[in-house]
Design a binder for this molecule. Structure first.
Ligand code: PHE
Length: 349
């Protein structure tokens, strides 16, 4: 027959087993707190056994007392150890060296070309121009016809065009990738009366073989100003001011005779070479000038297409090669770099 003390000692063995299981299963701080509340507090399971010491004969008490004290110590130290283990960031025992440099993630950035385009826009906005846009897939009517370029006009040959095959539409309804931003002139004048003072930055497309200075996709920034009493001098002053704001006060502009069906008179215009500041270098082929684009006074025939009174209003318009300006501004020698998407290039800006 087992004595009372043996029975209690057997119960204590079971208690220990339950404590061990509960501690092992506790994987977070809340579960660990539950273990404490069940086993270790003053009214917990272990404490109950201390009370039962009184049920024993004085001769048997030390055996139980000794075992209880030993259990109490081992519960408490196992509990503390588990608490410390859970407080570690990882249970794997992995060592985290906080002195190592972190992993730096590179932030993306605005494309260099768009950075320069933003600068171009903000200069013209500061001069009172609003920003307009138009579709890249454009109608023949806007890209050519309303700009006074009829279907068989030879000047269409200057702009090798990507036509979009959307069925056998009549000529003027034909879609194409716009070859310049000038159609935005027409779209703007169709929807508003003078005064008009807008720029239209955007992407344009031509069937050009890519080389260092040509890309089938490139960017222009159109400008258009129409009001009473607008003259060529206004055009010159506007472009001159722009050139100096973008490249510095020593930059001059010059006009050379040119031809565009939608301006009369028309001109090609140049900026002082921004690389050699006019002395003559490889970039400007020794001339001291860099060709920017075309400009002129809006042809009255164009006003006819948008029902503007050409007796009352005059206007000027210009085009602007945005990629070329960006190349000059950033010192990029090959236009294709803007479109290659090579991060080693893009990261530099
Ligand atoms: N659209 C012309 C081009 O792409 C440039 C231009 C714009 C000329 C406005 C005159 C007026 O070559």
């Amino acid at each position: 027959m087992t004595s009372k003390v043996d029975a209690l000692l057997a119960e204590l063995d079971q208690l220990q087993a339950r404590f061990d299981d509960a501690l092992r299963d506790a994987t977070n701080a809340e579960a660990l707190e539950q273990v404490r509340l069940v086993f270790l507090v003053r009214k917990g399971e272990l404490a109950q056994f201390f009370k039962r010491l009184g049920e024993l004969d004085s001769a048997e008490r030390p055996r139980l007392g000794e075992r209880l004290n030993q259990l109490k110590n081992s519960f408490e130290s196992a509990f503390a150890e588990k608490g410390a283990a859970l407080a570690q960031p990882k249970e794997t025992g992995e060592f985290v060296d906080l002195t190592l440099p972190g992993i730096r993630r590179r932030l993306g950035a605005r494309h260099p070309l768009l950075q320069v385009l933003d600068e171009i826009k903000s200069i013209f906005v500061s001069m009172g121009f609003a920003i307009e846009s138009g579709p890249e897939a454009e109608l023949d009517y806007y890209n050519f016809e309303a700009l006074n370029i009829p279907p068989d006009h030879p000047s269409r040959d200057m702009q090798d065009t990507f036509y979009l095959d959307l069925g056998s539409e009549a000529e003027s309804k034909r879609y194409m990738l716009r070859t310049h931003t000038s159609p935005v002139q027409i779209r703007t004048m169709e929807k508003q009366q003078p005064p008009v003072r807008i720029i239209a930055p955007g992407r344009v497309f031509r069937r050009d073989a890519p080389d260092a200075t040509h890309s089938p996709i490139f960017h222009q920034c159109e400008g258009l100003c129409v009001d009473e009493g607008i003259s060529f001098a206004d055009l010159k002053g506007t472009l001159q001011t722009f050139a100096q704001k973008l490249f510095g006060p020593d930059i001059k502009i010059r006009f050379r005779p040119g031809f565009f069906p939608f301006t009369e008179p028309s001109a090609e215009y140049d900026f002082t070479c921004t690389i050699c500041r006019g002395k003559g270098c490889r970039t400007c082929k020794g001339t001291g000038w860099i060709e920017i684009s075309g400009a002129g006074m809006v042809d009255p025939a164009v006003f006819g297409f948008v029902n503007y009174d050409s007796e009352r209003y005059t206007g000027y318009a210009w085009g602007m090669g945005a990629d070329r300006l960006a190349m000059l501004k950033l010192g990029v020698e090959d236009i294709r770099m803007f479109f290659d998407n090579d991060v080693r290039f893009l990261r530099q800006f």
